[in-house]
Design a protein around this ligand. Structure first.
Ligand SMILES: Cc1cc2nc3c(=O)[nH]c(=O)nc-3n(C[C@H](O)[C@H](O)[C@H](O)COP(=O)(O)OP(=O)(O)OC[C@H]3O[C@@H](n4cnc5c(N)ncnc54)[C@H](O)[C@@H]3O)c2cc1C
Length: 289
């Protein structure tokens, strides 16, 4: 998510410093956009940065920060000018997770994992050279970053992998010829082909120099509908074997984690901007309604 933004908007120093370490996985980045009270209405974010000599003191809190427990860097949206229209006073900053004043509290999810976190920033010093691009242009950079994020969430690879697992599950319980199950499987296969073709079309345009654009919201909506639909089909095929207790009794690893995956993947239609918000983006920016 942050790599393409540094390539497009970052300065040469930032590109040299961070891009190779992203490729080599020496750095793991997390995303500090959402805050309590600023999710869909992201521009209302309240984490603020106060100017001091040589940089900024950042204070506030971020939430739902995925895998922050593994990250050594976080890219954050912060308010650098509270006086102007809310979208115009936001900047993007790169913050070292080990900097004094950064702390983290895990959030327990309904599947029992804690892949998301709250992040607290208490007078964290951010030097000027860790501000991305121009000051107060963070909203523009955030929109570009979210287009990349939504392309990824479209998840063609993830869907194909899951489809083959669901087929295997249906085969294991002799349901693959069941007319309803086979129709649902075929429907997902067709959807995935359409999403893949659309993804490739957008990637080809990006390769030819065009920016991704709001069309990636389409991939986010349809891709996550397919992925969630596949987890529902998994539940229907597994029946009682989807329950954690019975899954542990099941000799076949194919049926383990079915209920957990179903619950965990409810997140897909929420993160990266909820699907309701994506529909509004598509209506306004793509269809011109
Ligand atoms: C598992 C998970 C991981 C996440 N990881 C990250 C992360 O790493 N970094 C990060 O910054 N954020 C992350 N998020 C946050 C995510 O981007 C937000 O949850 C999301 O944008 C929705 O914001 P919200 O939770 O505040 O819900 P709200 O904005 O309060 O929305 C609640 C409901 O109201 C609907 N709604 C709100 N406004 C409108 C509207 N104008 N029109 C129609 N419907 C509307 C929404 O669609 C939703 O159904 C993560 C979230 C989850 C669940």
């Amino acid at each position: 998510m942050i790599g393409p933004i540094l390539i497009r908007f970052g300065n040469t120093e930032q590109q040299k410093r961070f891009l190779p370490r992203i490729l080599s996985c020496e750095d793991w980045w997390c995303q500090g956009f959402s805050e309590p009270g600023a999710g869909s209405d992201l521009a209302s974010l309240r984490t603020r940065a106060v100017r001091i000599d040589g940089g900024w003191l950042v204070s506030g809190s971020k939430t739902w920060t995925t895998y922050a427990q593994y990250a050594n860097w976080i890219f954050c949206l912060v308010r650098t000018d509270p006086e102007v229209k809310k979208q115009q006073g936001i900047s993007m900053m790169l913050i070292d997770m080990s900097a004094p004043g950064v702390s983290r509290r895990p959030i327990r999810l309904m599947d029992g994992t804690d892949e998301v976190n709250e992040i607290f920033l208490d007078n964290v010093f951010v030097p000027d050279d860790l501000v991305v691009g121009e000051l107060n242009k963070g909203w523009t950079y955030a929109k570009a970053l979210l287009e990349h994020e939504r392309l990824g969430i479209g998840g063609v690879g993830r869907s194909k992998h899951l489809l083959s697992r669901v087929r295997e599950m249906a085969g294991a319980v002799a349901m693959v010829d069941d007319p309803e199950i086979s129709a649902r499987l075929a429907g997902f296969e067709v959807d995935i082909m359409a999403i893949e073709a659309t993804t490739l079309r957008l990637l080809a345009a990006a390769e030819a120099g065009r920016t991704l654009g709001a069309e990636t919201s389409l991939l986010k909506v349809r891709g996550t509908e397919v992925q969630q639909g596949l987890t529902e089909l998994m539940l229907d095929i597994a029946g009682p074997a989807a329950l954690p207790e019975s899954a542990s009794d099941c000799a076949d690893a194919l049926f383990s984690n079915v209920a957990y995956q179903f619950l965990n993947w409810r997140k897909l239609s929420i993160y990266g901007g909820s699907n309701e918000i994506q529909r509004s983006i598509l209506a306004g920016q793509v269809l011109g309604l």
